[in-house]
Design a protein around this ligand. Sequence first.
Ligand code: XUL
Ligand code: CO
Length: 440
Amino acid sequence: MTYFNIDPVTYEGPKSNNIYSFKYYNPEEKIGNKTMAEHLRFGVAYWHTFTADLSDPFGVGTAQRDWNNLEPMEQAKARVDAIFEFMQKTQIEYFCFHDVDIAPEGSTLQESNENLDVIVDRIKEKMEETGKKLLWNTTNNFTHERFVHGAATSSNADVYAYAAAKVKKSLEIAKKLGSENFVFWGGREGYESLLNTDMKLELTNLANFFKMAKNYANEIGYTGQFLIEPKPKEPTSHQYDTDVATAYAFLQKYDLDDIFKFNIEANHATLAGHTFQHELRYARDNDMLGSVDANQGHPLLGWDTDEFPTDVFDTTLAMYEILKNGGLAPGGLNFDAKPRRTSFKQEDLVLTHITGMDTFALGLRVAHKMIEDNFFESIMDTKYQTFKEGIGKKIVDGTTSFAELETYAHNLTSIDNASDHLEVIKSQINQYILNINNKD
Ligand code: XUL
Ligand code: CO
């Protein structure tokens, strides 16, 4: 059975009109000392691309999929075959999933685990056959009604135990499939209201949950990178892992910062009132940048719309942070993104990924050129030059005092501030983007 009736997608360059071709992503082309495939490490999100049906709070699913009418286990098997064909045809090397994305939940934990075992064996065979790899897996501890009060922050210890058992199984799957990372997204770890929430108890329970997860990973010899994925709200009104800074403070408080890095999602950053670049920078500055959920929010909507990335300005700044980080490996760029409800055909799965891949590939090309030119570096050099010598250097080195600074201030005859010319910087970035294919 063939699910995608197309030839494998290849690079045809920016002048091509073939919608089934890459205009900017040329996997084997070197940008600096790495190929584009090595830089970008694209991943496909099982849940959006193979499990979800494009329903929204106001309407039923519209997705037309070959596996729609099969029985649950047959559907799960078809999805495995479809995703591996999809990865072959789109030249995507990695995939990511939650436990419930790949196999139906049974009526008991035991039954769910048995379903998982069947599908994980099939996935493992396909991975060996095709060389495709698992970027990360995770546990869905939020959809089922038992998680109404959360999982590792639930007010019910029985639910906490159930959630732990599910993560334990996911870690065993990670080990079996050689998952390069393991993600914890907060799901319903947060609260609706502080009026009836013991935040201190819930956060301590959460920290203990993470410690037990790491202990178990060590016990079974699973060495993939642990990642926390911050999000400020949705589904709860306040998610505990609000943003990188908040989650980093939590990790430090409970001595977990050596165990984790961050998986940063663009749409979560904007929901938190930050730019995507801010979250990437905050993580990079603290050596905590692990992986990325590549998507974008809608500027007019206040929820997690999970659109495929199309904004080159944003992907350029993201790729700048990623290049300055020395790359993302063992992390990657996972398309935690879905077609719009109106793009319901199976071929839209391919077309949306081509769009996202090209947008990041273009961002990579532009960011690399800017780094070659020391574009941002020279702006920063000029802007902060007063800290390179004299009193400024003493401030940076921590070798001055208020008394010395006061004397210095008394002796100042004038203060000269320079204009930032910020609009010029933005305009120059536009020039970089527009000129990237123009070698003159
Ligand atoms: C939800 C979200 C999740 C995580 C994995 O907003 O981003 O899909 O990426 O649980
Ligand atoms: Co995500």
